[in-house]
Design a protein around this ligand. Structure first.
Ligand code: KIV
Length: 273
């Protein structure tokens, strides 16, 4: 057996078993090269449909297609070895019926070989989550702020700020857990509600803008690296790569313009990293 094949990738049941254990570390990646970096430190890599905003410059995730998710999901699988890779089901690929969801999820899993899919919605998607997870497709839920519903929500506002609004979000969390999801992303939900949900349901909650009370955290990689044009207020910056990239491009452009550029003997002398 090669060294490579002896590395065991994390699975949905491994993540499910982390309830009340070591917090789950999750980041997004859309490419083989960032996946290879993220893979060394994360339990889960999410190929999020935020790639529509981050990679493609769309205002929302609504225009993202199944083919886009499959292309980037396969790249992330090639770039990673250890983390569980979860691929988002894009808007329009699963809401019409549980059969539509099954067909889309099967395409994602066959064509990317990822370990799980994620879909948005609580009570309204419970039947679909049960249908998929009962047929060999591990599902991560996504409740609270669900960005694919932006056109009915009207804005990307935090959810459950007043206790009076907690009921439907709690119902969503319970529905997703009872339907068989192995974990659930809780987005933009006030801390006391995120804590209550985390204490109530049996599967790990993975927060984004939902406080440290969750069983794990997820961020969009480009947001925490300072590479996104717009970043939600709650995002903690762990790097500021924009200026470093700009400075490198500036040095490159200056070298090209002053003809201080290496000749072919150097170009073909490949080095690692
Ligand atoms: O698409 C995405 O990146 C996501 C995260 C924000 C959780 O769903």
């Amino acid at each position: 057996m090669s060294i490579q094949s002896s590395i065991r990738r994390k699975t949905a049941p491994d993540i499910r078993a982390r309830k009340q254990g070591e917090p789950v570390v999750m980041l997004t990646s859309y490419h083989a090269h960032t996946a290879a970096l993220v893979d060394q430190h994360c339990d889960v890599i999410l190929v999020g449909d935020s790639l529509g905003n981050v990679m493609h410059g769309f205002e929302t995730t609504v225009p993202v297609t199944l083919d886009m998710m499959i292309l980037q999901g396969a790249a992330v699988m090639r770039g990673s070895k250890r983390a569980l890779v979860v691929v988002d089901m894009p808007f329009g690929s699963y809401e019409a019926s549980k059969e539509q969801a099954f067909n889309s999820a099967v395409r994602i899993m066959k064509e990317t070989q990822c370990g799980a899919v994620k879909l948005e919605g609580g009570v309204r998607m419970a039947e679909t989550i049960a249908f998929l997870s009962g047929r060999g497709i591990p599902v991560m839920g996504h409740i609270g702020l669900t960005p694919q519903s932006i056109n009915t929500l009207g804005s990307f506002r935090a959810q459950g700020r007043n206790e009076i609004d907690w009921g439907p979000i709690e119902d969503d969390a319970k529905a997703v857990a009872h339907a068989g999801a192995f974990s659930v992303v809780v987005e933009a939900v006030a801390e006391p509600l995120a804590r209550k949900i985390t204490e109530t349901i049996a599967i790990p909650t993975i927060g984004i803008g939902a406080s440290a009370a969750c069983d794990g955290q997820v961020l969009v990689l480009e947001d925490m690296l300072g590479l996104s044009p717009r970043t939600p207020k709650f995002v903690r910056r762990y790097g500021d790569l924009g200026p470093a990239i700009e400075a490198a491009v500036e040095r490159y452009a200056a070298d090209v313009r002053s003809r201080a550029f290496p000749g072919p003997e150097h170009v073909y002398d490949m080095k690692k990293g």
